[in-house]
Design a protein around this ligand. Structure first.
Ligand code: SF4
Length: 423
């Protein structure tokens, strides 16, 4: 049985793919790199936006048409499973807590493995991908119920991975050559287990032999407190990278989104971060065209982009997700208007990102080498703040190279080695 795994959506799905690969490997199922060679296809899907669902549906339909067994797993499997099977797009559909059943289905077992309602997969050791950077979930699920979001319905309540189990997973990753670990969760700051909070986990993971760099994704701005930022600043291994999704800078819209903070709360947190980490690489998510967002609300967000000077922003037009509160709200903004606002926002932020990138030029930095650069020109590297840099030099992944940042091309910062020695 040869299986092809196709991943859509967020970093959680990318990390889940390594757990699914482990399950396949343990069951003796071979994973292949191209779908044409596979007998079966497993899709790890995303339901956050309609576009992601449409892409997964299209791929599943094609695979089914080629006579392959199709399992739609993940968020879409949980939320739209019945519908997909009825439409003949999928043979099986499974939610994010049912991955253990994938090998059973592929091998045609009569009985499927028992699954817990709220899985942590904390006993599974991720597969060796050969990379020097890896992500591992420390918390699964979400119960924030932002009114536009399907994740709480698809991934269930929050549950934290017990530290001992997580440490075992991290040590395993280190044994496979990983030096940089990202702690993942829909909201890592909600971590709570055995009286440990997220900052305690960060400090412990930083102390594991062989962990040279640690980062985390994503954090809900509401849950970031001053003490946490101060303790973060005392962790030498921590990347100076913060992804703090703002979503909107209008307090009225933030209230309708149920985000639990005002724009001035958010600004206070940005100040804590920038004071503690002057070279912080700060990114955000912005959602425009939320139901009831007026032109004035949108202008407030646009002005805030200027004020906050994000290094990068993931920007989206609101997409109705059935079952969410926002989908039932009146005053839906016409799709054409959402797209217009999105285009204006992207234009504004692109210019900010371009100018922000220039501020690195001329600096000397120690770069962490992660992989050969795309198109084979030099190496892909990262600064201490996770900003990616293309280094015009040959080096092995995992090495650190002192380099001079010499320019910007498109989104990329370019560097030349400053000192020959490898540190
Ligand atoms: S915090 Fe809000 S936006 Fe993020 S996953 Fe949870 S419900 Fe969705």
């Amino acid at each position: 049985m040869d299986c092809y795994l196709k991943v859509y959506g967020c970093q959680m799905n990318a990390a889940d793919a390594h757990l699914v690969s482990r399950l396949l490997q343990d069951a003796g199922i071979r994973e292949v790199e191209v779908s044409a060679e596979a007998d079966a296809v497993v899709l790890l899907t995303c339901s956050v936006r309609q576009h992601a669902e449409d892409r997964a549906r299209g791929f599943a339909r094609t695979m089914r048409g080629e006579g392959k067994k199709v399992i739609v797993a993940g968020c879409m499997g949980q939320l739209r499973g019945e519908e997909l099977i009825k439409e003949g797009i999928a043979d099986f559909a499974l939610g994010p807590d049912e991955y253990r059943r994938i090998p059973d289905i592929l091998l045609g077992s009569r009985e499927l493995s028992e699954v817990e309602g709220l899985e942590t997969y904390s006993d599974l050791l991720p597969v060796d991908t050969g990379g020097v950077s890896a992500s591992q979930a420390i918390i699964r699920g979400c119960e924030n119920y932002c009114t536009y979001c399907v994740v709480p319905y698809a991934r269930g309540r929050e549950r934290s991975i017990p530290y001992q189990a997580f440490e075992r997973q991290v040590r395993h990753l280190v044994d496979t050559g990983v030096k940089e670990i990202f702690l993942l969760g829909q909201n890592v700051l909600a971590y709570k287990h055995d009286n440990l909070r997220f900052i305690d986990i960060l400090e412990r993971v930083a102390g594991i032999d062989g962990v040279e760099r640690i980062g985390f994704l994503t954090s809900h701005p509401r849950d970031l407190d001053y003490e946490t930022v101060q303790r973060m600043a005392a962790i030498p291994e921590l990347l100076h990278f913060f992804h703090l999704p703002l979503q909107s800078a209008s307090d009225r819209v933030l209230g309708m989104m149920n985000r639990g903070y005002t724009v001035s709360d958010y600004a206070e947190r940005v100040n804590w971060v920038r004071r503690a980490f002057p070279d912080a690489y700060l990114t955000t998510d912005i959602l425009v065209g939320f139901p009831g967002e007026t032109r004035e609300d949108f202008e407030i967000t646009l002005d805030a982009m200027e004020r906050f000077q994000f290094d990068f922003a993931y920007m989206f037009a609101y997409s109705e997700r059935s079952g969410t509160e926002a989908a039932r709200m009146e005053n839906q903004v016409p799709v054409s208007e959402r797209q217009k606002r999105l285009a204006t926002l992207i234009e504004k932020q692109s210019e900010i990102t371009r100018l922000r990138s220039q501020r690195w030029v001329g600096r000397s930095e120690e770069l962490f080498v992660t992989a050969p650069a795309p198109r084979g020109e030099g190496m892909l590297t990262e600064m201490k703040n996770h900003r990616s840099v293309i280094l015009n030099h040959t080096a092995r992944p995992g090495e650190r190279v002192r380099a001079k940042l010499v320019g910007v091309s498109g989104w990329s910062v370019l560097a030349e080695p400053a000192v020959k020695e490898v540190v």
